[in-house]
Design a binder for this molecule. Structure first.
Ligand SMILES: Nc1nc2c(c(=O)[nH]1)N[C@H]1C(S)=C(S)[C@@H](COP(=O)(O)O)O[C@H]1N2
Ligand SMILES: [Mo]
Length: 386
């Protein structure tokens, strides 16, 4: 698995290189226009909500020729915060990441301390659990995301297990909980997420300070965020300043009540169901998306979930026969893989699906759950090929 990290090409994000520019007083722009440039470090975003910001990436921002970079530019990368009170600036010199709880010694690390540890890089898709929620029928509450609550970046940082190793995990530890600099209103529960110890200690779980060769945008979690490749972004805690090793599973709201999916196959239940067994959402599953479909090109991006994209296929007969699409270069198992299809001329409804290295693919029937999570039904579009 070590080849997923390439220390030789590690980014030159040197100690002291991180700087914070105060973020706006601009977070109160009126909702309405389709694309917004009103948020610092962002342009051309679909405005879903102003406060707390929900900014969706338009699909054409993911488009490109088969051999183009599959990384999403930082200024087009989607944004999602739960609470209004988000960090608008960070005092880089004063910032400390605290590691505590069931550890042998608590740590309080400066950004320079963290950047002094071995740097690793990994390409990974950050996808909201509720990506494509707007496609759910019957409609479910929550942000009505199209397909752009996702993005692929090359993340640079340190392995979480290197930090936990320095603190020393105490006997009996079972989970690790993460929270950031944002604050809940009133008595609402702090946004905190927990990973089981094995996922926390996995070599590809990182505390990132770099995104596509530069520091993280403030809206995407400057100065540090957790990156859990292959898992939904609810765990990718932004503006991460607190890591707590737990000796009992986290019973907080964000693990026990929110972000749970039916344990039923494909996380799907009969619409309207209420009483069914649930489990915390976790790993992602395969999906393929169109970024362009017109007379000249049918193409897109795909993700494998928690294993690599093995193939992308298209169908123009409602899924009776599937044919292989062409795949672009492999930039890492957890990132986007570009695909392109050469369809016969004529007018078609084309469907596309991805299959991952574990052999999992996209099920044809729609799914439903009250959170609007885990959509992986094949996307379809109408196209007339010249
Ligand atoms: N501190 C903090 N981290 C957070 C959240 C949050 O509200 N606060 N939201 C999570 C959710 S649900 C998503 S989808 C991703 C969004 O990451 P992005 O804004 O970088 O795209 O951040 C995750 N990390
Ligand atoms: Mo999310």
């Amino acid at each position: 698995m070590a080849e997923r990290f390439d220390r030789r090409t590690a980014l030159a994000i040197g100690a002291g290189a991180l700087a914070s520019t105060p973020l706006l007083a601009q977070l109160a722009k009126p909702v309405g226009q389709a694309l917004t440039d009103a948020f610092p470090g962002k342009r051309g975003m679909i405005l879903q909500r102003t406060r707390a910001p929900l900014l969706e990436t338009p699909m054409d921002a993911f488009d490109g020729a088969l051999t183009d970079s599959p990384f999403t530019p930082n200024d087009r990368f989607f944004v999602r915060w739960h609470y209004d009170d988000i960090p608008l600036s960070v005092d880089v010199a004063a910032f400390r990441l605290k590691v505590g709880g069931a550890v042998k010694r608590t740590l309080s690390l400066s950004l320079a301390d963290i950047q002094a540890l071995p740097q690793v890089e990994i390409a990974a898709v950050n996808q909201c659990s509720g990506n494509s929620r707007a496609a759910f029928g019957p409609r479910v509450p929550g942000a009505q995301w199209g397909n752009g609550a996702m993005g692929n970046a090359l993340w640079a940082g340190v392995r979480l297990r290197d930090l936990l190793g320095r603190a020393g995990i105490a006997a009996g530890a079972v989970q690790v909980r993460f929270s950031g600099l944002d604050n809940p209103p009133g008595a609402a529960p702090d946004f905190a997420k927990a990973l089981n110890l094995d996922r926390a200690m996995a070599e590809d779980t990182i505390v990132a300070y770099g995104m596509n060769g530069t520091q993280l945008p403030l809206l995407n979690g400057f100065p540090l965020r957790l990156v859990v490749p292959g898992w939904f972004s609810t765990y990718w805690v932004k503006a991460l300043d607190t890591i707590e090793v737990l000796s009992a599973p986290d019973t907080g709201y964000w693990m026990e009540k929110a972000y749970r999916i039916p344990t039923a196959p494909r996380a799907s239940v009969v619409p309207g169901s209420k009483d069914f067994p649930t489990a915390p959402i976790g790993r992602m599953i395969p999906r393929a998306f169109f970024t362009r479909a017109d007379a000249t090109a049918v193409r897109g991006v795909a993700l494998g979930g928690d294993s690599a994209v093995a193939k992308v296929e298209w169908s123009i007969d409602a899924g009776k026969r599937w044919q292989a699409a062409e795949l672009g270069p492999d930039h890492g198992a957890f990132g986007f893989r570009r695909w392109a299809a050469t369809l016969p001329s004529g007018s078609h409804t084309v469907a596309v699906r991805a299959t991952n290295a574990k052999g999992e693919t996209q099920g044809t029937d729609p799914i439903w759950n009250p959170g609007g999570y885990m959509r992986n039904t094949p996307e379809t579009t109408k196209v007339t090929v010249a």
